[in-house]
Design a protein around this ligand. Structure first.
Ligand SMILES: *Cc1c(COP(=O)(O)O)cnc(C)c1O
Length: 392
């Protein structure tokens, strides 16, 4: 059956390549002549073992992962890794402390979770709004900290690091959930990288963890066994039943990336797509505004407001309704992007100190992951130009 023509700009779960969906459909009832579906298959069968090996090998190839790194396919999402990282790594040094860069919702959530297991130091002056990356000259890393943590692309706020933080030898950990495989990355600079699949490399259910071997084995005793890196690496991520179907979908996406030129080609396309949108914002004479510093604007998630004076909710609704009529969906921004109330502490809300922090003032957010094509981005760009002409 033909798919209805929809362009999905969702932030996650997000668009998958059409060819991946067709292949999954074709193989759904009978995988590779086995007579059964991947959904029904033993995770210890030879067919599934092949799927696991293919997935890992493709990842190693696409990212040139060095041999002294292990790759895991775990459950629990990116959020599960907010706990797993400190549970496995904060014990690397006896002080049990970790340094965090807090540049948006996701790194903030990660830092809060880590506080349960050790001491967390935010290495830079606290940000009032999540619209920039504090200048590295203002960071003070803690001697004796077990690792330095950052979120490479803040999905909610559209803030992306285009450099690798200098840690002066300290172990570097990065959440790459929303820009994984969108550009090349030198894995050898990291102690650990993790990424939930549902943004750029598949569907929900599986999270990739790439960890340097020598960091394994310092897990706190209270760590749940499914999150224990030592147990999971020793068992090739098969200590318990993994997210089999999600891993299979990831293998198809990785193959698609490889057949389309690998991460270098993805980067070229992602630069092109995001520039198309940012160029319109920049030349709109403040009709469209993006609050994020130009130096760290994300290629994956482009948040913007519609209407002079930093956004007009009525115009934004009109913009989104019009987009949806043209088949462009999931463009509504995250409720927390509006600038003002990003850093309001939820505990203040609980104590009645501030009004509801969930006021809906999200504006627009276009997510331009690998599977979103240049043509898709062009449709949005054309619509933005038309909308501007009609309303300025
Ligand atoms: C979506 C996202 C997460 C959370 O992933 P879940 O799988 O929902 O737990 C964490 N970090 C980043 C950067 C994300 O984009």
């Amino acid at each position: 059956m033909e798919k209805k023509q929809i362009i999905n700009f969702g932030a996650g779960p997000a668009k998958l390549p059409q060819s991946v969906l067709f292949q999954a459909q074709k193989e759904l009832l009978d995988y590779n002549g086995s007579g059964i579906s991947v959904l029904e298959m033993s995770h210890r069968s030879s067919d599934f073992t092949k799927i696991m090996n293919t997935t890992e090998n493709l990842l190693r190839e696409l990212l040139s992962i060095p041999d002294n790194y292990k790759v895991m396919f775990l459950q629990g999402g990116g959020t599960g890794q907010f706990s797993a990282v400190p549970l496995n790594l904060i014990g690397l040094k006896e002080d049990r402390c970790a340094d965090y860069l807090v540049t948006g919702t996701w790194s903030s959530n990660a830092a809060k979770e880590a506080e349960k297991y050790g001491k967390v130091n935010v290495v830079h002056p606290k940000l009032d709004t999540y619209t920039k990356i504090p200048d590295p000259s203002s960071w003070s890393l803690t001697p004796g900290s077990s690792y330095v943590y950052y979120c490479c692309n803040e999905t909610v706020h559209g803030v992306e690091y285009n450099f690798i933080p200098e840690t002066h030898g300290a172990v570097l950990v990065s959440d790459m959930s929303s820009n994984f495989l969108s550009r090349p990355v030198d894995v050898s600079k990291f102690g650990l990288i993790f990424a939930g699949a549902q943004k750029n490399v598949g569907c929900a259910g599986v999270t990739v963890v790439i960890v340097r071997e020598d960091l394994i084995g310092h897990t706190l005793t209270e760590c749940p066994v499914v999150l224990n890196y030592q147990v999971q690496t020793q068992n090739n991520s098969l200590y318990n039943t993994p997210a089999c179907f999600s891993i299979y979908i990831m293998s198809l996406v990785l193959e698609w990336i490889k057949n389309n030129g690998g991460v270098d080609a993805m980067e070229t396309l992602n630069k092109k797509k995001s520039s198309m949108i940012y160029d319109i914002i920049n030349s709109s004479n403040h009709f469209y505004t993006c609050p994020v510093d130009v130096a760290c604007r994300s290629r994956m998630n482009v948040p913007f407001r519609v209407g002079k004076k930093h956004g007009d909710e009525t115009l934004e609704k009109e913009f989104l309704d019009g987009a949806s009529k043209l088949g462009m969906i999931s463009l509504k921004g995250h409720r927390s992007v509006g600038g003002v109330r990003l850093c309001i502490d939820l505990s203040l809300f609980a104590h009645g100190v501030c009004v509801s922090p969930y006021r809906s003032v999200g504006g627009v957010r276009a997510s331009l992951y690998n599977a979103v094509t240049v043509e898709d981005a062009q449709v949005l760009a054309n619509y933005m130009k038309e909308f501007l002409k009609e309303h300025q």
